[in-house]
Write a protein of this length. Structure first.
Length: 368
């Protein structure tokens, strides 16, 4: 029996998975066991097509693929490549898959694709020092090249992946890591990155010196801030510019934001810019707080800014739910079958009118 190391996401963290394969006598079949999701069950057809397109002939045996440990639900299309390699290289007794993790989705012709789960999984494993060498496709390699202390081997298709394990010199497949091209500061031996570019500049705000001074203090000390004033006086304008004057970001913070972007099904940009989330006051509590299966605005604002415009219009239940994230910088969501803890270290900005009509502080209009 041969084993390939891979992993799956459980909530927002990664769990190692051993992909095992056996070929036994019996009616020819191809089965995947070990609590696979529908995505993994469908991989049988992708793997079959990829292997047959590349002139591999299936042996007339009963093929069983096991994803261990079996008690954990497995998700993701990145198990395609490990499964295909186990089947295609099973008869070659000299090849071993020790000390390398393999991830990749297969197209029907054997090309290897990236998936949204690969970057968060590898980052999570790297933080726990459970991964040293990884085999992925070009697009995945470009993303994970920002993660320190791992060796990345890059292949384009299934045939290249097979040749990789047959090759004596594997260094030719080693991916050259990219260096951050952003400006940086070195403080006490640790590097912090920043952008000297302002899409939203404080120079656009005319007057409001007290508000700008308060925003500067809030950004410097990561203090929460409540802005109160008449409609059109610049509250939202100021809140949108505050992330640009916040402290430079460490590599860990940049990678953490990129991980959240990937989990939110967005392409990570790896910019050293604090994220800003501004949900509408009609948003549901589930979309703000999140659940055991999906990220909420509170989690997505980690290491950045959470802006509530028209603060009094938010339901009381949502405002009360901010108590734990603001006090503890974390949020524990408990359900009957799962518990997940999100980091919630964000700067909270609230904006509100001084009265329902908004004219209480106005010199030109009367308050109703």
């Amino acid at each position: 029996m041969k084993i390939i190391k891979s992993a799956t996401l459980v909530n927002i963290e990664a769990n190692e998975v051993n992909v095992e394969a056996t070929f036994t006598k019996g009616l020819p079949s191809f089965t995947i066991v070990g609590l696979p999701s529908d995505q993994i069950k469908e991989s049988k057809d992708r793997v079959k097509s990829a292997l047959l397109t590349n002139e591999y002939k299936f042996p007339p045996k009963k093929i069983t693929i096991n994803l261990a440990p079996s008690e954990i639900k497995k998700t993701g299309t990145h198990f395609d490549l490990p499964i295909a390699l186990l089947i295609s290289l099973y008869e070659d007794k000299k090849i071993v898959f020790d000390d390398i993790h393999i991830f990749g989705e297969l197209s029907l012709n054997g090309e290897i694709k990236d998936s949204n789960n690969i970057f968060p999984i590898i980052l999570s494993l790297a933080k726990e020092k459970k991964i040293k060498n990884v085999l992925v496709c070009d697009k995945s390699a470009k993303k994970i090249s920002k993660i320190p202390n791992i060796n990345i081997y890059c292949v384009k298709n299934l045939l290249e992946a097979i040749d990789f394990f047959k090759a004596d010199d594997k260094k030719i497949y080693l991916y050259k890591k990219e260096i951050f091209k952003y400006e940086k500061l070195n403080i006490n031996g640790k590097e912090y990155y920043f952008e000297n570019f302002y899409e939203n500049d404080f120079a656009d705000i005319k007057g409001q010196e007290n508000a700008k001074r308060a925003a500067l203090i809030a950004a410097a000390g990561n203090h929460n801030i409540l802005l109160e004033g008449s409609p059109g006086c610049g509250k939202s304008m100021l809140a949108k510019r505050l992330p640009y004057i916040m402290s430079p970001m460490s590599l860990d913070e940049i990678l953490e934001i990129a991980k959240l972007q990937a989990l939110d099904l967005k392409e990570p940009d790896f910019r050293p810019l604090r994220v800003s989330r501004s949900p509408h006051c009609s948003s549901t509590k589930a979309s703000i707080v999140g659940s055991s299966n999906s990220l909420g605005e509170i989690a997505l604002a980690n290491a950045g800014v959470l802006f509530f415009d028209e603060l009094p219009h938010f339901p009381t239940t949502i405002l009360e739910s901010l108590r734990e994230p603001l006090e503890d910088n974390s949020l524990l969501i408990s359900r009957a079958n799962s518990k997940v803890k999100y980091k919630t270290k964000f700067l909270f900005i609230g904006a509100m009118n001084p009265c329902p009509c908004g004219n209480l502080l106005s010199r030109n209009k009367s308050c109703r």
